[in-house]
Design a protein around this ligand. Structure first.
Ligand code: GDG
Length: 511
């Protein structure tokens, strides 16, 4: 291993394991914010991605089968996949327990939803150590480690405890809470100290970075924050860490090109034909209480009530993607959403018009982009969100520029998109209802100007911009400075030979 490689570490690998009809295991690409964002970055870079597959040791996959499946998958995507194996108990306490019942709600300012069960804390540390051990096995001191998200805050600390020296950077995809909320965490000092073991810590917004800097100053004695601008230096009595805001972007070109393609065009026509002359509002959310789905449905009902002329004219298509389905709280949320949809449809439906179309499943990328392209308005209502990629994907797919984005003030994306989007407070039901009505009354020139502004920002600050600014801050490198993948064409595709993968030039789009 001569050259420095980019090594991504995240809770989940970017693929999911499933069983086919004959009971044989197979791998499929994964979904979710982190995977959608990072997959195009590492593609063809010949780096390594270390993570858990979402299948526990007890589920009985042989290590040899696992490694074969992953090496085939890695060939196709141009980087190596390295699995971390967890037992059912480890997965449950670390992932469902500590990560998703403590850190997730707390960091989204929803401390009343936290279950501060101390059992999860020990397992969280153990699993972070297991990740650190895998990192030591699969990387060397030259590699650049980029560790992702709240599941893995203690990895740098565990690497140090195991005596390993690595260059480490951490990116938090979710918000970082203000001091008074962070203080509620029983393990606040350990989590803070753990973060301070990285060389660079990246947040989605300056608000999150400032929240963290304040916590560091108040909770760690002798800490000073130096410098100005995007990246600050945090000097503690033991070490120096850099901290900055790096708003994540999307692969704008991919969404824009998909939206212009024939498949999306035809699907878009089909969707339209089911809603003749109706104005369509779109909601796309993972099933999660932070996404404000009930609040959105209630605000839409409020709009129908306050502005009866919208009845028979406007429909909400709400796509909910199943997520964390084993957690009882998420099942309760699903039932609540379904009850609300039923109530509103029961109350307002007319012959030929149903107000809410509810889709509870994972859509293909083509279907998703077809909805983005077709719907006149996207209603994005998180109560709090690190960034919210759906808002950006909607803009990238709005090739006709006749679409309107209504965006929660509490999404990280609001900081970048506020000049083109209509900002809303999702808890203000009447305010959102008024905004929906006003947006549909807006003149075409203003709609186009707003969408053009949005598309420009999303295009300029895309996923490659994000990764390059992060790598420049952390390693004084850009993505292209890491070696291109040297890929061996697998035997089944002909003779075994080495090829070099070249990424197509990243062309700007006229907006
Ligand atoms: C976390 C943070 C932050 C959704 N439905 C389908 C589908 N998706 C894809 C979207 C989008 C992703 O899932 C969702 O991303 P979000 O950003 O909205 O939300 P989280 O999953 O909560 O992500 C978030 C993100 O990390 C990145 O840093 O923005 O704040 O919470 O990419 O396209 N994809 C497909 N079918 C669907 O039905 N194919």
């Amino acid at each position: 291993m001569d050259a420095q490689r980019l090594v991504v570490v995240s809770n989940r690998l970017p693929v999911v394991l499933g069983k086919g009809k004959l009971g044989k295991w197979n791998v499929r690409p994964g979904s979710g914010g982190l995977v959608t964002a990072l997959a195009p970055v590492l593609r063809d870079r010949g780096g390594v991605w270390i993570g858990w597959l979402g299948v526990t040791k007890e589920e009985g996959m042989k290590s040899s089968t696992l490694n074969r499946l992953l090496s085939d998958g890695g060939f196709e995507i141009g980087y190596t996949l390295r699995p971390v194996e967890l037992s059912a108990e480890e997965a449950s306490r670390y992932y469902e327990g500590f990560s998703n019942e403590i850190l997730w709600p707390l960091f989204h300012d929803l401390s009343s939803r936290c279950n501060f069960d101390p059992a999860g804390w020990k397992t969280y540390q153990d699993v972070n150590r297991i990740f650190a051990e895998k990192i030591i096995e699969f990387t060397d001191e030259k590699d650049y480690l980029w560790i992702h998200d709240y599941h893995l805050i203690l990895v740098a600390d565990q690497l140090k405890r195991l005596g390993a020296t690595r260059k480490t950077a951490f990116f938090l995809h979710i918000p970082f809470p203000p001091l008074d909320i962070f203080l509620k965490l029983p393990w606040r000092f350990q989590i803070l100290e753990g973060l301070l073991e990285y060389d660079l810590i990246g947040f989605q917004t300056t608000r999150d970075a400032f929240n963290f800097l304040r916590c560091a100053r108040m909770l760690k004695e002798g800490t000073r924050v130096l410098g100005r601008g995007q990246v600050r230096r945090v000097v503690t009595p033991e070490r120096e860490v850099r901290v900055g805001a790096f708003p994540i972007g999307i692969d704008f070109r991919e969404f824009s090109e998909l939206a212009s393609g024939k498949e999306v065009f035809e699907l878009s026509r089909l969707i339209r034909s089911h809603f003749p002359d109706h104005k369509l509002i779109l909601g796309v959310d993972r099933l999660d209480y932070t996404k404000g789905i009930p609040e959105k449905i209630l605000a839409f009902a409020e709009a129908l009530e306050r502005y009866p002329e919208l009845q028979g004219q406007v429909s909400l298509i709400q796509v909910v993607v199943p997520s964390r389905t084993v957690v009882p709280e998420y099942q309760v949320l699903k039932e609540e959403i379904e009850r609300l949809v039923g109530e509103i449809n029961g109350r307002f439906s007319q012959v030929g018009w149903t107000p809410v179309h509810y889709v509870y499943r994972h859509l293909s990328r083509i279907q998703l982009v077809a909805y983005y392209r077709t719907c006149r308005m996207a209603l994005v209502t998180p109560l709090k969100d690190g960034m919210n990629l759906v808002a950006k994907e909607y803009c990238a797919s709005s090739i006709s520029k006749n679409n309107i984005l209504l965006l929660s003030e509490f999404a990280g994306a609001a900081a970048q998109l506020q000049r083109g989007a209509i900002l809303i407070n999702p808890s203000d039901r009447e305010g959102v209802a008024d905004a929906i009505y006003r947006a549909f009354s807006m003149d075409q020139v203003e709609i186009r100007e707003r969408m053009q502004r949005l598309r420009k920002i999303v295009r300029q600050q895309d996923i490659f911009h994000w990764v390059n600014t992060f790598l420049e801050a952390g390693a004084s490198k850009r993505l292209e400075d890491f070696p291109l993948a040297e890929m061996f064409v697998p035997r089944s595709h002909g003779s075994s030979k080495t090829v070099f993968n070249a990424r197509a030039k990243h062309l700007p789009e006229a907006v």
